[in-house]
Design a protein around this ligand. Structure first.
Ligand code: PLP
Length: 405
């Protein structure tokens, strides 16, 4: 075979997207996909939120002009208010915000900005975490340290391991955390645990990046899901010495706007400093990378959040999605306990779209090859793929595979 251009080896295909392609090609009548981080209704179909449907009608005459480099000012203001709540108005001169190409783009712009200007010696990412955190920070050229987050023996947060690891960080190092509904474990820090992390990062002068991809989707409560972010914002306002933090905000899940790429990045700098220079630098990065962010999805979010009636409808839509997931989660727990006689309470306690089942990579292969049930090798299940028609089949297959292993 000829040598590769520039010596570039063929990279392995993305695991999740590769398995999704295999699922699409599988013609077994009982196949079930528990892969995608995207909501499905009771019939297993993608769901356009009624609030979004109505906003789209109102936007039917909208133009397709370019947005500004930092995006739509109306959207950015509403996005900032959604994540920071009442504290938003207090974060004026010391906050910089731009619209981004969804949550991934927000994470990427944050990494580019911080790698260049904060110059961390290392970035600390949770183990495990959303797979792209590693790729994004590798691209930014910052050495990565994985801090313990989840203990597979207790199926809870490994708080001692996490704090011990973060204690090794140096000033200006970056710590990635997920604001709520941790992907892939579904296990979040309690407010008391968040306070311990907040104390540590402030004392050690570490810079926190909140990845907020599930606000409102996790529990139906947009304010409750933003508790940790707001706690950090209050800490910045309360102390001259707080190093600041940022939030990469995605609207993919909570508005069902996956393919429209709607997001924002909010950078909160120490209270005594102005964020004006940082704001212009974020715009320079955006200009060089994609010039300006996509208009359509952001205009939908702006229309919904900016209208009282549509906003109420959106809250009801969040409730529809989070309640269905909650119901399926509890059904899965019950059926697995009936099927195996074992304790599956962790599945019931976890939060958000995913469940970290504890199934091994070998179990996952057998479920796929023998039952045409697809999940990630880590044992992560997207609860959204379950419904009343397939949940018995899934629970029975898991029971069978466990009995035979
Ligand atoms: N962050 C986390 C933790 C996620 O789970 C996801 C998507 O699955 C994202 C960020 C980015 O999503 P998007 O780029 O679609 O907004």
């Amino acid at each position: 075979m000829s040598k590769q251009y520039l010596g570039l080896d063929v990279a392995p295909a993305d695991t999740a997207f590769g398995l999704m392609a295999n699922f699409a090609a599988d013609d077994h009548p009982k196949k079930v996909s528990l892969l995608a981080g995207a909501y499905r209704d009771e019939q297993g179909n993608p769901w356009v939120l009624p609030s979004v449907r109505e906003a789209k009608k109102r936007l039917s005459e909208a133009t397709h002009e370019y947005l500004g480099i930092a995006g739509s000012p109306g959207f950015v203001k509403l996005a900032k208010e959604l994540i920071f709540g009442p504290i938003s108005s207090k974060l004026q001169g010391n906050a910089a915000s731009i619209q981004t190409v969804s949550g991934t783009g927000a994470n990427h712009v944050a990494a580019t900005f911080l790698a260049k200007h904060l110059r961390p010696s290392q970035v600390f990412i949770p183990s495990p975490t959303w797979i792209n955190h590693k790729s994004i920070w590798q691209m930014a050229g910052v050495p990565i340290v994985e801090y313990p987050y989840y203990s597979s023996s207790t199926k809870e947060i490994d708080m001692d391991g996490m704090l011990h690891s973060l204690e090794q960080a140096k000033p200006n190092d970056v710590v990635i955390v997920q604001a709520c509904a941790h992907n892939p474990t579904g296990v979040d820090l309690s407010p008391a645990q968040w306070k311990q992390v907040a104390e540590l990062v402030q004392r050690k002068k570490l810079f926190t990046v909140f990845d907020s991809a599930y606000q409102g989707f996790a529990t139906g409560d947009v304010d409750g899901d933003a508790w940790a972010v707001r706690h950090f914002a209050e800490a910045v306002l309360a102390s001259e010495t707080h190093p600041g933090f940022c939030v990469a905000q995605s609207f993919s899940k909570n508005f069902g706007l996956y393919g429209e790429r709607v997001g924002a990045l909010h950078l909160v700098v120490p209270q005594s400093l102005s964020a004006e220079g940082a704001q212009s630098e974020l715009s320079l990065i955006a200009r060089a990378e994609y010039s300006n962010p996509p208009r359509y999805g952001a205009s939908i979010v702006e229309a919904v959040l900016g209208d009282q009636a549509l906003r109420l409808q959106w809250k009801a839509d969040l409730d529809t999605m989070s309640s269905r997931i909650h119901r399926m989660r509890n059904m899965l727990r019950q059926k697995l306990e009936d099927e195996t006689g074992q304790d599956w309470s962790h599945v019931g306690k976890q939060i958000g779209m995913f469940s970290y089942t504890g199934l091994t990579a070998m179990h996952v292969v057998r479920l796929r090859e023998e039952y045409h049930i697809y999940l990630l090798p880590s044992g992560r299940v997207s609860i959204c793929g379950l419904n009343e028609s397939n949940i018995d089949y899934v629970a029975q297959a898991i029971g069978q595979v466990l009995r035979e292993s």
